[in-house]
Ligand binder design. Structure first.
Ligand SMILES: *Cc1c(COP(=O)(O)O)cnc(C)c1O
Length: 228
């Protein structure tokens, strides 16, 4: 299957999952997770209509952003964990950072964004499965991190992101997606704010994520094929 065929099939699945759950398919962003993919493949996905790309590593992402900078309407997101010392590069290059997970990173992003006169859009990553090896704030500390970060003038929190534990059976991801949505709704109620985004769902479970309210699905393998 070509990248174009993959993208078309994914769009159809997103469309059907949205309809099934009474949502507007247009509000769902298909973000291509392009880590390890060369710029040629990214261009192919762009030509198939993809406009959002997510990179995991700051340096790798910047290289590709520089190589593709003549293309105006690409949106670059950082979806991988972010080291504090890379925050200054991240704010220069990425429109949305999906991985705010600690106060020290909020401090640094705020400071670096202020320096370049930017308001940095972020999502808070929640370690929804409470796994040792994963990035993300623990669910019990989410509210505290939110309260801390929302006061930062040069950060704008747009929602939450999660990577649930991997299961063969995608239905097992569903309770995690539900939980993330409920956390978002609770923050909205408690703080009287609107959080437009839920970044959740990958190649094997994005249809379930859309049914549960995802507004950004991050898809790698199902677009580009298996990574090297
Ligand atoms: C790689 C990656 C994805 C996409 O994973 P696939 O299973 O290839 O779709 C999504 N989100 C993050 C944070 C990733 O690192």
């Amino acid at each position: 299957m070509s990248i174009r065929e993959n993208v078309e099939r994914i769009r159809e699945i997103i469309y059907r999952s949205a309809e099934r759950s009474g949502r507007d398919p247009e509000e769902i962003i298909l973000l291509a997770a392009s880590k390890t993919q060369p710029v040629e493949k990214i261009k192919e996905a762009y030509e198939a209509g993809v406009r959002y790309f997510g990179e995991n590593r700051v340096q790798e992402g910047i290289k590709k952003i520089e190589q593709l900078k003549e293309i105006r309407d690409i949106h670059w997101h950082l979806i991988g964990g972010l080291q504090t010392n890379k925050a200054k590069y991240a704010v220069r290059y990425f429109e949305l950072i999906h991985s705010l997970d600690r106060e020290s990173l909020a401090d640094e992003l705020d400071k670096r964004a202020r320096k370049i006169g930017k308001k940095q859009d972020v999502l808070i990553e929640v370690n929804i499965g409470e796994e040792e090896t994963k990035y993300g704030v623990k669910p019990e500390n989410l509210e505290k991190l939110f309260e801390y970060s929302i006061k930062k003038e040069n950060i704008r929190i747009l929602g939450l992101m999660c990577i649930p534990p991997y299961f063969e059976d995608k239905e097992r991801s569903r309770p995690y997606f539900v939980r993330l949505r409920e956390m978002k709704e609770k923050l909205e109620r408690d703080f009287g704010v609107k959080l437009p985004h839920l970044s959740m769902g990958m190649s094997h479970d994005f249809d379930v994520a859309v049914e549960e309210g995802a507004t950004i699905v991050r898809i790698g393998t199902a677009i580009f094929g298996e990574r090297e």
